[in-house]
Design a protein around this ligand. Structure first.
Ligand code: G4P
Length: 503
């Protein structure tokens, strides 16, 4: 077997970002089919008996049909080992979705070609774009009538601000889809059973000529830094253009990257010393036990079962024996894993989001994961006033773990919790009841635009019914604006006051 330094060169770790219904699940399935992990489509969403996983995860998640195993899917294709990290959308959206994007080396953006860039794609793209990692674009559903390809490509630049470099080009769409034109090899990949419409071919050839004259230059450096996205067209549903996409993706997607520590040393993946960081904690896999899974992205070295590691934050030594790796197939315990791989460490409460673990003597400390600006807020109270102690303890621990964000009213001590998605509140409530035995009640504050203000610039008179003044868990002042208009109004009224948004 190759040594781990050889193995890690073949790792490709990415997430798919998209707006709900653009076809993320369908494309994932096609990729798994390519990897031979599943044999038929329709299995990922867990309909019927073909579910990917049936372990006993958190009850709330069970109801919603989210599976742990599908949080990370691993398969091999043409000599590469691919790790796809799930970024849930819809109502399952949470800070975990954002944090997962901190653990990948590249991103595939799936866009519905009939719709173009939609809000959730834009949001996720903005998070990714701050990291400056490569983004690959797949315009999906060209088996249906699509918007003009030139418009779609233009939108990448105007809406997202990323340059586009088409790798192939749709020739027609829907009923008259002729195929995709491979711009690298200069040839048409015909769509099966297409009846020829020469006028459509001519039109596409005109567009291609235009692209070649006026389009962006190919620039590998820009691709590597997320400033230029290679663009592909296809249909995940009918498996057209997916193989072409996957091949090119694997050609250009980066292997695991080095990572800087807090003292700005670069930890390279080839380093013998094992290191990694926790980017997500999934709690209460089994409500009878308080265990959870800490998802660790390996940064360097090689994981071996039973190895001793140090948890940097607490200085505690831990043995990594109860660890799973994620594969769509039934999969026994993982033996080894290298940089780019994700391991799931069973945890009884040792880990927090952002923790570093490492082997050996040399201390490794990766920076904290960024804080994300929450958008939804609830005032929270304990139903039973006698349970104040457990209530405070539960909130403190769950906040530390990164389940939700905590704020307090400026003058009182009311607890206000913030999240990027509704699911976080549900998980919080569920865990308060199940782990801390405290029933809580929410008083919705609703959706707000949160902005931090420097203490020295704050005047309490700035607060009004349209911008609620609160403090974060570090007692820093934050305004919760009713909406963007209220924010703009504030900017106009106090032009010298700087407001800060988290990531
Ligand atoms: P998501 O994970 O991004 O939310 O999207 P998902 O793959 O579930 O796809 C959403 C809907 O779009 C599904 O149809 C799916 O079959 C369809 N779809 C995905 N890719 C393509 C494509 O390339 N072409 C066409 N024509 N349709 C596509 P649905 O009817 O909502 O769901 P289902 O109940 O049939 O699964």
């Amino acid at each position: 077997m190759e040594n781990f330094q050889e193995q890690l060169k073949n790792r490709r770790t990415f997430a798919i970002i998209s707006h709900p219904d653009a076809g993320k699940t369908t494309l994932t399935e096609q990729l798994l089919l390519h990897g031979g992990v599943i044999r038929e489509a329709g299995t990922v969403k867990g309909r019927g008996s073909n579910k990917l996983a049936s372990s006993d995860w958190m009850a709330i998640e069970q109801q919603r049909g989210i599976s742990v195993t599908s949080s990370v899917l691993q398969f091999d294709y043409e000599g590469k080992r691919i790790n796809i990290l799930d970024t849930p959308g819809h109502e399952d959206f949470s800070e975990d979705t954002y944090r997962t994007l901190m653990a990948v080396d590249s991103v595939v953006m799936v866009v519905d070609a009939a719709k173009g860039i939609e809000p959730q794609t834009k949001k996720l793209f903005e998070i990714v774009s701050q990291r400056g990692i490569p983004v690959f674009t797949f315009f999906n559903k060209i088996d249906r009538d699509a918007r003009p390809a030139l418009d779609l490509v233009d939108e990448l630049e105007t809406v997202l601000g990323i340059q586009a470099y088409p790798m192939n080009w749709p020739v027609g769409s829907g009923q008259v889809l002729q195929g995709i034109y491979d711009l690298q090899d200069d040839k048409l990949v015909p769509f099966k059973n297409a009846t020829t419409h020469t006028e459509i071919v001519d039109e596409a050839m005109d567009e291609i000529e235009l692209l070649r004259d006026a389009g962006n230059e190919f620039d590998e450096d820009k691709i590597a830094h997320g400033q230029l996205t290679q663009v592909f067209f296809g249909s995940a549903l009918v498996n057209f253009g997916v193989t072409e996409f996957l091949r090119e993706y694997l050609n250009y997607a980066p292997a695991p990257a080095a990572m800087a520590t807090v003292d700005e040393k670069m930890i390279v993946p080839e380093d013998e010393q094992f290191s990694g960081f926790v980017f997500k904690i999934q709690a209460n896999m089994d409500p009878r036990h308080r265990d959870r899974i800490a998802f660790v992205r390996i940064v360097s070295g090689e994981f071996t079962r039973g190895m001793d590691v140090m948890l940097q934050r607490s200085g505690k030594k831990l043995k990594l024996s109860n660890v799973t790796q994620f594969m769509a197939e039934e999969r026994e315990n993982v033996q080894t894993a290298v940089s780019g791989d994700i391991i799931g460490v069973y945890d009884t409460g040792n880990f927090q989001i952002g923790d570093t673990i490492y082997s050996g003597k040399k201390t490794v400390h990766f920076p904290d994961l960024p804080t994300f600006t929450p958008e939804l807020f609830n005032r929270v109270i304990a139903k039973d006033v006698m349970k104040q102690k457990s209530y405070h303890k539960g909130i403190e621990q769950l906040v530390q773990e990164g389940t939700i964000q905590l704020y307090k009213s400026w003058n009182g001590g009311d607890y206000i919790i913030g999240a990027v998605g509704q699911l976080q509140f549900e998980v919080f409530q569920f865990r308060m009841e199940n782990e801390y035995n405290v029933e809580i009640q929410f008083e919705p504050i609703g959706s707000k635009v949160a902005r931090w203000i420097k203490s020295e610039q704050l005047d309490e008179k700035m607060s009004s019914s349209r911008n609620l003044l609160v403090k974060d868990r570090y007692d820093q002042p934050v305004f919760l604006f009713e909406n963007k208009f209220a924010l703009n109004w504030f900017h106009d009224k106090y032009p010298n006051v700087e407001l800060e948004e988290k990531m």
